[in-house]
Design a protein around this ligand. Sequence first.
Ligand SMILES: Cc1cc2nc3c(=O)[nH]c(=O)nc-3n(C[C@H](O)[C@H](O)[C@H](O)COP(=O)(O)OP(=O)(O)OC[C@H]3O[C@@H](n4cnc5c(N)ncnc54)[C@H](O)[C@@H]3O)c2cc1C
Length: 395
Amino acid sequence: MIDFELTSEQQEGIKAAHESAKELFRPVSRYYDEHEHESPQELIDKMWERRGEGIFSMGLDVTSALRIEELCWGDAGLYLCIPGPALGGAAVFSSGTKEQLGRFLGGFNEGGPKWGAMAMTEPHAGSDTAAISATAVRDGDEWVLNGEKIFVTMGKRALENSDGFVVVWATVDKSAGRAGIKSFVVPAGTPGMRVEKLEKKLGIRASDTATIVFDNCRIPFDNILGSPEVKKTETRGFRGAMATFDATRPIIAAQAIGVGRAALDFVKETLESKGIKIRYGAPRQKLTALERDIMEMEANYKAAKLLTLRALWMMSQAQPNSLESSMAKTKAGLAVTKITQKAVEIMGPLGYSQKHLLEKWMRDGKINDIFEGTGQINMLVTARRVLNYSRDQLK
Ligand SMILES: Cc1cc2nc3c(=O)[nH]c(=O)nc-3n(C[C@H](O)[C@H](O)[C@H](O)COP(=O)(O)OP(=O)(O)OC[C@H]3O[C@@H](n4cnc5c(N)ncnc54)[C@H](O)[C@@H]3O)c2cc1C
């Protein structure tokens, strides 16, 4: 049964994360927005020092989502810079064996800051993941990887630090379609893997977004996540990718929620400072347009949050959560987009000016409606599940 009471451990985690967001993230938020590709080294070092406080070890659970909300309330781009296995870790976690979990993730928070990343998207394969054309060819006790991956979040950092890694999706058998697509862990420093370029972006500019090229990149055979066997009869798509999305989509939703709440808090505090109170509970016909807007923003924020917590809670109970993960991601991506845009609208020039961070949150928020499956794709996944349609029946 879902319990809405937060444990004392969760409350402490939220408090610690909120303090970091307020003291460390917010003061440098504008600077790193304006200095894209500059590493927030001081912040990384400070976050590394604080890793014992529970904010550092981001898992794939309700407690982590609550912390992530706080950190992204501070700054979503800087949150992505915190050392950790990130989406690459989620891929290992959801498809790796016990031995691989120990090998790739054990001790990740020791010895010095390092990062993980996940590389699925290619120039002609984004939403259509089945079009992945990077290849993995077995050669004795190695795999040889070739191809180009784009838009890899924290790709540069994952490659720069020893012990970092990238999880790469590639096909071992093109004729098998989806069933031939597998994921592989490529440790930082592996010859044949290089960062080709960094994107300049609308938002989350503190986080690097890299193009990574694999040119005859050799990795050990047992770096494949999941079975190397290709089951051509597999109709439900490549399970590893789906299992990864089930884990990562609610985490992205938690990031969205944090940015949305930052905008909501800003609007409410500004209105309050001008003596404008929101009359909760007033009859609907007596509400002002402003009050209705604020209440709608809050309702969207809360609905997204509850869906997110549910998806993660189900995962921690080992319950299938594909539907709930996609629902949470769809709602949260949409909610943050609506909330931040409405906040800018309500605040007018205050929202548009760079004097405040609100315009930045509007830019930062939008990515949550794009990566880990766009809003449209997650809506499609949700519709298929609710209506019990196959991938071919509902495109
Ligand atoms: C800042 C940033 C960071 C990223 N980080 C990562 C990362 O770490 N790892 C990674 O692998 N990828 C990452 N991505 C890539 C991201 O996941 C893809 O951009 C996303 O999945 C969309 O794919 P696409 O770019 O090919 O767009 P398209 O698939 O070409 O989509 C374009 C538009 O068409 C819509 N569309 C596509 N198909 C359908 C359909 N069947 N029905 C309805 N609408 C549809 C989409 O919703 C979208 O609005 C990142 C992207 C960005 C911008």
